[in-house]
Design a binder for this molecule. Structure first.
Ligand code: 5GP
Length: 200
């Protein structure tokens, strides 16, 4: 059986830049990024099955009932969830899996998967975070403020994570995450399990 892949959870407040970082990591490595399901409407340019699986509330609730999600949360009135079986399948094939999810979801995964790697992405500064949320432009002024306030509060959860990476530049953040992945693979526990495995 191939060695199980690493589950890497990349999380942080909305606007910290985790999406851009994750895109860059998957372009430069063999990691697989999980595609979440959501009830949110697609934004311009978003593609079904690539950015998200866009579901109705009924479809999403059916998946909750069927226990199809590793975790799911409601964010600003929309549901988001990580499909469980695909993540398991890819991890079992030996490939590393990245989940780019919000903080509530990451903490739920952490309760279930204790050998995952939990990375918190911080914006360069709180002012920069506010500007990034505004620049996204797809929100009303009220929802921008809600997002900023909740991002501010969420940063307190950083202590639950294994690593924190400040997103000064995408290149630097990606390099740091790649170093974290390399270091995690050298943990004695992980090396020992595979090194001493004897094929029958
Ligand atoms: P957006 O609507 O901007 O695409 O995403 C809103 C937030 O939901 C982001 O912080 C994003 O990382 C998070 N998110 C996306 N997919 C999932 C998921 O499957 N589970 C959780 N918990 N959060 C998700």
């Amino acid at each position: 059986m191939p060695k199980r892949g690493l589950l890497i959870v990349i999380s942080g407040p909305s606007g910290a830049g985790k999406g851009t970082i994750c895109k860059s990591i998957i372009n430069e490595s063999d990691c697989w990024i999980s595609v979440s399901a959501t009830t949110r409407a697609p934004r311009a340019g978003e593609i079904e099955g690539t950015n998200y699986f866009f579901l109705t509330k009924e479809e999403f609730n059916k998946k909750i009932e069927d226990n199809d999600f590793l975790e799911y949360v409601e964010v600003y009135g929309n549901l988001y969830g990580t499909p469980k079986s695909k993540v398991e399948e890819v991890l079992n094939s030996g490939r590393d899996v990245i989940l780019e999810i919000d903080i509530q979801g990451a903490l739920k995964v952490k309760e279930k998967v204790d050998d995952g790697v939990y990375i918190f992405i911080l914006p360069p500064s709180m002012e920069e975070l506010k500007q990034r949320i505004i620049k996204r432009g797809s929100e009303t002024p009220e929802s921008l403020m809600t997002r900023f306030k909740s991002a501010y509060e969420e940063i307190n959860f950083i202590s639950k994570y294994n690593y924190a990476v400040i997103n000064n530049t995408v290149e630097e953040a990606v390099r740091k995450i790649q170093s974290i992945i390399t270091a995690e693979k050298c943990r004695v526990g992980r090396v020992k399990d595979s090194f001493f495995e004897i094929k029958e």
